[in-house]
Design a protein around this ligand. Structure first.
Ligand SMILES: [Mg+2]
Length: 252
């Protein structure tokens, strides 16, 4: 397959998110401790619930607007009935972000595969739905070692829109082609585990796609039935063997 740009999803593709919910629970307890006092476990539970419901709402939003973590925090803080100044709110948000950072685990071999692709001359990017504030997303990507290997990184919390909104893919394409967006995107490969977000939407824009196959039940069956990826892989570690070993445009 001849491509020149490869755009990766993050969760379920380059990293696993199994420990994320626990980290957010811990972070909510710390944040509640700062805003509502150390023994208000009810406030912590309500904060965590507010995040999950904001994320579910964002997922169902017709224009796919991303959660504003700071707005969710501010609404929750005012609902505690305690006076909350900006300083304390910032400290609560930082506690939440710091607790989340470190909770994503690199897929084994993914870093080596990404490095291999970079060394061959492919331009690489990340396009991720993440409702955590961008600073923490960038820190976590750097901690995993991916940040220095990627030419562009686009988080939904930065763009304000989630996949499958066109805006987030277009932002990635704009950064991948600083001299101008090509009309034909067939030399861009999108790689991810969601049949709707990482295959159907980018394929509809003319990109090639690779679906990372996961265990059943993670994504709706109807999405799998509609998705027509160019490649099906069990992990990103399979990509180097499937792409041109010489890299994009050998000799030219
Ligand atoms: Mg994913």
């Amino acid at each position: 397959m001849r491509v020149e740009v490869i755009l990766f999803d993050w969760g379920g593709t380059l990293a696993m998110v199994d420990r994320q919910a626990d980290a957010l629970r811990r972070g909510s307890m710390e944040a509640a401790g700062i805003v509502a006092g150390p023994n208000d476990s009810e406030a912590a539970t309500r904060l965590l619930a507010a995040f999950f419901s904001a994320e579910a709402e964002a997922g169902a939003d017709l224009v796919h607007r991303e959660v504003d973590m700071w707005a969710v925090l501010a609404r929750w803080a005012s609902s505690t009935g305690r006076p909350v100044d900006a300083h304390r709110l910032a400290a609560a948000g930082q506690a939440l972000g710091r607790a989340w950072t470190g909770s994503l685990d690199r897929v084994p071999g993914a870093l080596e595969a990404v490095r291999w692709l970079r060394d061959r001359g492919y331009r690489l990017g990340l396009v991720s739905n993440c409702s955590i504030a961008p600073d923490y997303c960038h820190q976590e990507l750097a901690r995993q070692g991916f940040a220095g290997l990627l030419d562009l990184v686009v988080f939904s919390s930065e763009v304000g829109y989630r996949k499958p909104a066109a805006a987030i893919y277009e932002e990635a394409i704009r950064r991948a082609y600083p001299a101008g967006r090509p009309a034909d995107l067939s030399r861009v490969l999108f790689v991810g585990d969601s049949p709707a977000l990482d295959v159907i939407a980018p394929a509809g824009m003319g990109m090639k796609t690779a679906l990372v196959v996961r265990e059943p039940g993670i994504w709706p069956e109807a999405d799998y039935a509609r998705a027509r990826p160019n490649l099906r892989i069990n992990a990103v570690t399979e990509l180097p063997a499937l792409l041109d070993r010489a890299g994009p445009d050998p000799g030219g």
